[in-house]
Design a protein around this ligand. Sequence first.
Ligand code: FAD
Length: 404
Amino acid sequence: MTGIKALISGAGVAGPALAYWLARYGAQVTVVESASARRTGGQLIDIRGCGRDVIARAGLTEAVRAARTVADGLSFVDERGRRQASVRADGFGGDGPVTEIEILRGALVEILHEATGNSVEYVFGDRIGALDDRHDGVHVTLEKSEPRRFDVVIGADGLHSGVRDLAFGADGARLRHLDHYLSFWTAQNMLGLRDWTEVYSEPGRTIGARAVDGNTRLMAFLSFRSAPFRYDPGDTTALKAVVRSRAAGMRWYADELIAQLDDAPDFYFDACSQVALPHWSSGRIGLVGDAAFCASPLSGHGTTIALVGAYVLAGELAGADGDIAAGLRAYEDRLRPWITRIQRFGQANGKTMTPRTSAGIAFRRGVVALQERLPIGELLLREQIRMSNGFALPDYTGHERARS
Ligand SMILES: Cc1cc2nc3c(=O)[nH]c(=O)nc-3n(C[C@H](O)[C@H](O)[C@H](O)COP(=O)(O)OP(=O)(O)OC[C@H]3O[C@@H](n4cnc5c(N)ncnc54)[C@H](O)[C@@H]3O)c2cc1C
């Protein structure tokens, strides 16, 4: 790919991962990020199956394992905090409901940035304003910097992607709402949890907490079922008020966790939506990660598919012999069947996380309790485990430039 100039919009997970692989194959890579610095916020994210393999191929296993949060397992509790059914992380080859590699999103973002070292140019505090795909490349207007020309432009700018809007039009119709909203925030470990997660559900809403940072803090979360409603993603005060009202009256330690919202150093709130696009590219402009195929946090695979997507996209572009549009199509052809399975799983998984009825909550508890006692866990989770590992990573080592 020597001489190919690539622009990536978004320095989250997919952006730096793609930058890493493209630079490794010899491309000249620029990443533009709208935030003024690395956005290291966010709570725990999972790296599963093929995502773990991509991390290994990038030589980052040691760094990721050193930064991961220890997760021994998860219990569903009743309103008095009694553990009713539990699942351990060391079962299911690390790919069960509690993953072997859970890592704070910010830690993964830092590792990926560091891996790109000096080989990638980062432009923070700017964004793409216009794209013009011509015969000689994509002419890019940036909002603050001088216009530039690139051979390929990739949107890795998340669920609400700006590149997707520019390339394919306003995105409303392309988001598939899953009738769930999800919020995370950091709290004091007043539950005394040690490397463990506790989850409490009432019909249509689930609240829980997970010990992080050497058990000094909790990652608290609330999930609730709701038809779509409008909100301003930048208005944290209003969003915290939404969380408070949706958790009102919940039992267990809901009040104590909600009381810590105001002092939380970080806060995440988003609708659980999936991105459904007929194509992930148009000419020399492509998409990867949540921008292209968000499966929603309910799938538990958002980061895994972002990492695998970045790896395959870079490999197919490198193998396309300068035909960027063909490389983008090959990437989609290879990856789409697997992504479709994961998106379907994400649609079904919400029902497990936040059942609508008391009967649904009891059923979930019964199934988890059963797998604790009988050797049927693998059977019950077979589809998820197969799916996490269900993509055969191509070997792109032939595209690597001689590395010193
Ligand atoms: C701050 C933050 C916190 C998150 N916390 C969680 C969490 O707690 N749990 C969870 O399951 N998932 C979380 N996510 C989502 C999760 O990171 C992704 O689902 C997954 O890792 C796929 O990553 P991605 O790189 O495709 O998207 P993202 O990680 O969302 O990264 C997209 C990047 O693009 C940037 N960006 C957006 N618009 C533009 C634009 N117009 N121009 C340039 N840059 C742009 C964003 O600032 C961001 O850095 C969070 C995302 C963000 C941005």
